[in-house]
Design a protein around this ligand. Structure first.
Ligand code: ZN
Length: 339
């Protein structure tokens, strides 16, 4: 066994047997912002064999205060987060195979993404994606670990389909838009990210090494500034839950409305194409150059016009900055990219 894991092997909860299991385990990290960064680093250092990392965004300067996977250079070069994370993980642990995917997670890819994974970690910043993960994981019997943080507050819960309550057993509906605090309105400090991610990763280690009896079995809430730590009993899976009791997975059905999303903390909207497509950046740059400033690298094209900035990916997905109105963003998208 590789010497680098000796201290972890000494820990009786892991041991040689547990380490061997980690080396052949596969984890999906959905969203590689602050939580995803912390999860990815911990799991790579622990020797998890395969990390699939999915994120739709690119690195920006405002990320660097808490998203520990990224450097100033990543922000300057606007590297997609999944790619930047995979590059850094290669330096941290060359034995961990990383599979970065620059994509929006939605009904069309979630079931493929979770397939073959031993556990799924929530690194997202929105409830829509969490219900999507919950539906796919309950449908396929995959364990997943919910986590969220804003301000100095964080929450996490481990979902083992049909063994424990699922996300929808606890929260039947997502809180209405604009009702909850976001990193935009309340900010966020890094320590709460570390706490939530540490609990998520520990739970994942227990699952991967076969110690489900050690799982905390709670809805854990922490406020690291107000010194409030709570462990709430989520109860049994609800007999009325549409997801785990009735087996209805509404978020996995196609719905055009899913194709626009307000991005947390960015004054930006993401628009996805209604049909799968691939964009040639040089051709598009040629076309857009008449209307504004265009730059592109291997992963994305940036187009700046008077009031808006568009970042366009190969799959035609775009992040439109300068508005928080979906209708405005859609019309900008239609104008410059077409739909
Ligand atoms: Zn449920």
């Amino acid at each position: 066994m590789n010497e680098r894991y000796s201290r972890q092997i000494l820990f009786e909860g892991i041991g040689e047997k547990g380490q061997r299991r980690l080396l052949t385990s596969r984890v999906l990290i959905v969203g590689c912002g602050a939580l995803g960064s912390a999860q990815a680093e911990s799991l790579a250092r622990a020797g998890v064999g395969h990390l699939r990392i999915v994120d739709r965004d690119f690195v920006e300067a405002t990320n660097l205060q808490r998203q520990t996977m990224f450097t100033e250079r990543d922000a300057e070069e606007r590297i997609p987060k999944a790619i930047a994370a995979a590059n850094h993980i290669r330096d941290i642990n060359s034995e961990t195979q990383t599979e970065p995917e620059v994509a929006d997670v939605n009904y069309s890819n979630i079931e493929r993404l979770i397939s073959d994974c031993d556990v799924v970690l929530d690194g997202t910043d929105n409830f829509a994606t969490r219900y999507l993960i919950n539906d796919a994981c309950v449908k396929h019997g995959t364990n997943w670990i919910y986590g969220a943080a804003v301000g100095s507050y964080g929450v996490t819960m481990t979902v083992r389909p049909h063994q424990t309550a699922c996300l929808r057993c606890i929260f039947e509906e997502a809180p209405p838009a604009a009702s909850a605090q976001t990193c935009d309105t309340a900010g966020v400090i890094m320590p709460i990210i570390n706490i939530v991610a540490a609990v998520q990763v520990t739970e994942a280690l227990k699952i991967m090494t076969g110690h489900v009896e050690e799982l905390h079995g709670a809805l854990m809430q922490f406020d690291v500034w107000r010194n409030d730590w709570r462990k709430i009993n989520p109860g049994e899976p609800s007999a009325e839950c549409v997801t785990c009791a009735e087996g209805r997975f509404e978020t996995l059905a196609p719905d055009r409305q899913d194709f626009a999303a307000v991005l947390c903390g960015r004054n930006a909207i993401q628009i996805s194409p209604t049909h799968p497509t691939q964009i040639n950046f040089s051709t598009l740059a040629e076309k857009l150059r008449r209307s504004g400033e265009v730059k592109f690298n291997d992963y994305l094209l940036r187009f700046r016009t008077s009031d808006f900035e568009l970042t366009i990916f190969h799959d035609a997905r775009s992040i439109i900055r300068g508005t928080d109105q979906i209708t405005t963003a859609r019309s900008i998208y239609a104008k410059y990219i077409g739909n």
